[in-house]
Design a binder for this molecule. Structure first.
Ligand code: SAH
Length: 227
């Protein structure tokens, strides 16, 4: 378990101010980041740096995204209370907790079993028990609960998965980093896209700058690579 101290609170406040300076304006996003104990999602050896604005390796060689990426992608979604939001790539569960803290209905899918289990337990212990978690391949989306008002993909996809387009509600928005799998972690070779589904079923696409995410991979992984 993790401990919360006045120091953590202070560091979080500083992080929020930094994000504000970097251009994040949605106060609800900033309030959620200001509230969630990011250090709980990070290996305790990195605890000191938990509130630095950078990405970290979690288990299974995956990463917890940059606070700026989390804030930026979340802001692009223009969340409304009661939105149904699908996240692909639960990872540590940090992004899911930011969404849950903002009062939306969260559905999150992770392909690696150990991360799915750990993040599910973490979300539960932080009081985000209403977040629905699934072990599965995000390329398939989550048909059972579709359509979603918003979709956030936190791994770099080779292209926009058709199932996710199909599962987006009309008038809905999806944010997704797209780029060659082999180019992952290489800034500028991935592009953050904002996709909107129009009334006639067509899609509008806006580029929102470069991105650096781990690759979105097909299939599930049931065994840890490290045990
Ligand atoms: N949102 C996470 C960070 C994600 S890192 C957080 O807040 O911590 C990207 C995650 O996407 C990894 O955990 C990786 O295993 C997962 N992933 C990659 N491809 C996927 C797929 N097809 N379906 C579901 N999850 C996937």
């Amino acid at each position: 378990m993790f401990k919360e101290s006045a120091r953590h609170l202070g560091l979080r406040k500083k992080l929020v101010e930094e994000l504000r300076k970097m251009g994040i304006q949605d106060e609800r996003v900033l309030a959620a980041i200001g509230k969630i104990p990011r250090h709980a999602f990070i290996d305790s050896i990195f605890e000191e740096q938990a509130y630095a604005n950078c990405a970290f390796v979690i288990d299974e060689e995956q990463t917890i995204s940059h606070p700026y990426s989390v804030a930026f992608q979340t802001e692009l979604l223009e969340l409304k209370s009661d939105d149904k939001v699908l996240e692909i790539g639960t990872g540590s569960g940090y992004q899911a907790s930011v969404l849950a803290e903002m009062g939306v209905n969260v559905y999150t899918v992770e392909r690696i079993k150990s991360l799915y289990t750990k993040s599910r337990d973490m979300l539960m212990s932080l009081g985000y028990a209403l977040v629905r978690t699934k072990l599965g391949d995000g390329f398939k989306g989550w048909e059972k609960y579709a359509p979603f008002d918003k979709i956030i993909v936190t791994a770099a996809a080779p292209e926009i998965p058709q199932n996710l387009k199909d599962q987006l509600a009309v008038g809905g928005k999806m944010v997704i980093p797209v780029g060659d799998e082999t180019a992952s972690r290489t800034e500028s070779q991935q592009i953050m896209l904002l996709i909107e589904k129009n009334e006639d079923g067509s899609f509008s696409e806006t580029q929102k700058g470069g991105a650096a995410f781990v690759p979105m991979l097909k299939g599930k992984e049931l065994n840890s690579r490290f045990s």
